[in-house]
Design a protein. Structure first.
Ligand SMILES: C[S@@+](CC[C@H](N)C(=O)[O-])C[C@H]1O[C@@H](n2cnc3c(N)ncnc32)[C@H](O)[C@@H]1O
Length: 390
């Protein structure tokens, strides 16, 4: 079934990044692109599926749709799944896992349908030759995703494996850093162009500067990944995957860029240094230690993108003071820049004291956040329009 040329591919992402992902999939060659909630679907062949896994900056999981059918109960589900020839997708010596998302009143929890699908897959092997494959929750060879929407059940195979936001360049950190996929989406929304400076003066572990560097140099995010799930599938076309990889690696450029990361905490900055090195972008990202108030902006106009603390550990008055000083710094030192603040703190956003001209709703995990955009005009706004008219 996987060998057929036209695969229906469903790519998951974060809420708010669907439009950008749709554009990315079209650029990569996807056809019949459709936007859903936290996902985009399209049609493409096996090579396209490999390419999306290797190149997409916005995908979390690339799933291949296997089949779709109507069910009335768990027995229907079992029958439909057991009728599939699972030896096409895995060997009995391999492991598998089933993940179920439920949007239906047919079942009380997603555990029961997941169990039915698991039993059906295992039993289909047993009826063929006696042995059952083992279930492995953490790192299975085959992950079957079951989506039940009312009476409609869709089975998909996860071709990525572990979520693609784990690019592989980041060392472990104790604090939760920004997801690489979210950082990439924010940079794309910012309108930054690689010939302009990009500054993150509160860079933490360096995710924003690193993702910007990868984008500017065309370094595919998959370049750091040890393995994708599709490499363990029986129909894996190694030669095709190698050709796709090599073609993308050929596109990497050495164009000069000016990307800056600054961080106040020495320990955190060390992590950023390690990550920048792991990503191989030391020559593109300049890191510095210090308070952002002391950070010297580079010459020329560019873009600032920051993700300040949200305040879990900050007292309300400290949070207000921090965000106010960010606003003051923007006003005094970044005239001519475009500035973006990604924050989960509505109070902090208010304390900035500048009027944002863009407000984009995004989520960082379960936390509702805003990406706030500011045009920091040189001179007054009135002056700017005067200049434009003249
Ligand atoms: C939410 S974290 C940024 C996470 C980052 N985007 C990442 O992916 O790891 C905010 C960072 O701002 C830093 N920070 C707080 N106050 C600062 C200041 N006055 N100057 C520079 N950095 C500061 C914190 O140490 C923290 O690492």
């Amino acid at each position: 079934m996987l060998l057929k040329t036209d695969l229906r591919i469903v790519v998951s992402t974060y809420a708010g990044l669907e439009e950008l992902l749709a554009q990315e999939l079209r650029q990569l060659g996807g056809r019949d692109v459709e936007i859903h909630t936290r996902a985009v679907s399209c049609v493409g062949d096996k090579g396209f599926m490999y390419k999306v896994n290797f190149c997409s900056r916005l995908a979390l999981r690339v799933m291949v749709s296997l089949t779709s059918f109507s069910i009335k109960d768990g027995d229907d589900l079992y029958r439909e799944v057991a009728a599939i020839d699972w030896t096409e997708f895995m060997k009995v010596s391999q492991t598998f896992a089933v993940r179920c998302t439920l949007n239906s009143e047919l079942f009380d929890t997603n555990l029961y349908p997941a169990l039915k699908v698991k039993d059906a897959i295992a039993d289909s092997f047993r009826s063929n030759g006696g042995k059952r494959p083992d279930v492995e929750k953490e790192n299975p060879d085959l992950e079957v995703m079951v989506f039940i929407n009312r009476d409609r059940c869709t089975l998909l195979l996860n071709s990525s494996g572990e979520s693609l936001h784990r690019r592989g360049y980041r060392a472990e950190v104790d604090k939760a850093p920004l997801s690489e996929v979210l950082a990439a989406g924010i940079i794309m929304m910012s309108g930054w162009e690689p010939h302009k400076p990009l500054i993150d003066f509160m860079c933490g572990s360096g995710t924003i500067p690193i993702e910007a560097a990868l984008m500017a140099a065309n370094i595919p995010p998959g370049a750091f990944r040890k393995q994708f799930a599709f490499e363990k599938w029986p129909d894996f076309d190694e030669a095709l995957y190698k050709t796709i990889r090599e073609k993308q690696i050929e596109r990497i450029n050495d164009n000069p860029v000016r990307i800056y990361g600054n961080e106040i905490n020495r320990f955190v900055l060390e992590k950023a240094e390690e990550n920048v090195k792991n990503a191989g972008v030391e020559d593109m990202v300049q890191l510095s230690l210090g308070d952002f108030n002391d950070f010297e902006r580079p010459s020329g106009n560019g873009v600032v993108i920051i993700n300040p603390p949200y305040g879990e550990k900050l007292q309300p008055e400290d949070l207000d003071a921090l965000y106010k000083s960010i606003g003051d710094r923007f006003k005094k030192n970044y005239a001519g820049y475009k500035a973006w603040i990604f924050t989960g703190s509505p109070e902090g956003a208010k304390a900035i004291g500048l009027r944002s001209n863009r407000k984009i709703k995004l989520f960082n995990g379960p936390i509702e956040c805003r990406l706030l955009g500011y045009e920091l005009f040189e001179g007054s706004k009135k002056d700017m329009y005067k200049d434009n008219n003249e």
